[in-house]
Design a protein around this ligand. Sequence first.
Ligand SMILES: NC(=O)c1ccc[n+]([C@@H]2O[C@H](COP(=O)([O-])OP(=O)(O)OC[C@H]3O[C@@H](n4cnc5c(N)ncnc54)[C@H](OP(=O)(O)O)[C@@H]3O)[C@@H](O)[C@H]2O)c1
Length: 335
Amino acid sequence: MAMTTTTLFHALVPPNTYKSRAISSSFVSVPRSSTPPSSPSLQFRSLVSDTTSIYGQRKFAGNLRRASLTVSAAAAAEPLTVLVTGAGGRTVLFVCMSGQIVYKKLKERSDQFVARGLVRTKESKEKIGGEDEVFVGDIRDPESIAPAVQGIDALVILTSAVPKMKPGFDPSKGERPEFYFEEGAYPEQVDWIGQKNQIDAAKAAGIKQIVLVGSMGGTNINNPLNSIGNANILVWKRKAEQYLADSGIPYTIIRAGGLQDKEGGIRELIVGKDDEILETEMRTIARADVAEVCVQALQLEEAKYKALDLASKPEGTGTPTKDFKALFTQVTARF
Ligand SMILES: NC(=O)c1ccc[n+]([C@@H]2O[C@H](COP(=O)([O-])OP(=O)(O)OC[C@H]3O[C@@H](n4cnc5c(N)ncnc54)[C@H](OP(=O)(O)O)[C@@H]3O)[C@@H](O)[C@H]2O)c1
């Protein structure tokens, strides 16, 4: 079913867009209702013993070199176990959260990834299929997320505090909607403490990479998003981003523009830094495109130790992005 909604963040980045039909429909959407691969070291042992038995002792050194090359290739091909947080499923108006899309993409590419998801409730788990690899936990509680991070190679953080709309908003009267955060679910608790908990847990588990999705606008304290519920959401998001950049873990920080529920893969993506993109007309991006950039970041060295603003050209202008290596190569900012 073709359905286009644009959510809260997009609504509030450019002033006045809350009046659009797409935005008001998104406000309605606010309520939620074979054999396992052997390890590289095991493969190494078996390759060496094969080599010696075939070629004998004299050729061992040369063949060992060849064997170790083969082992690197085998190790590179090993599927990455990736945990996606914020993977829960909102279903109202067919809105699919970015975390859910990333989780689905990883599952579809099972030759490259072993997907895990973290959701907040059992109901959310059921909504996305209820598989064993979906863990239930609250990122504000480190103990509850510990099982999900055990044994993972990479983490994609797609959790965020989500403001709720105060009841009684009537767009037909030209009213401005008002928003608030529930007690205990303010950006300080979710976007700062919650993301920090995930980074700490992942670090303790010896993780190799973290991809964190944030939001454009954080360079300006007066960005309207910060005034939602007087909660400074972008300030807390940025604090978590800084914590990640300082963690020593290879990272990619993706600061998205206003998210749209549109088809992915059909627009030219643009990257930038320091919110420069917000000065242009290209301030939005499809959730599916953000999700694809997250997945690509897991596979490309060019994405590591980088922070990027991300938006897209309007459909029909530019050339749809297919070369993600080139996209990440354009990015030079580390924060
Ligand atoms: N929306 C926009 O226009 C926009 C623009 C730029 C950047 N972003 C950023 O892009 C990312 C994805 O946004 P989105 O709109 O697709 O998704 P979203 O609505 O921001 O989803 C947030 C996710 O975080 C989960 N979550 C919240 N508190 C949690 C907790 N204490 N423990 C565990 N999980 C928790 C939510 O679970 P529940 O479903 O259980 O609440 C939900 O799955 C977010 O970081 C967002 O800030 C959004």
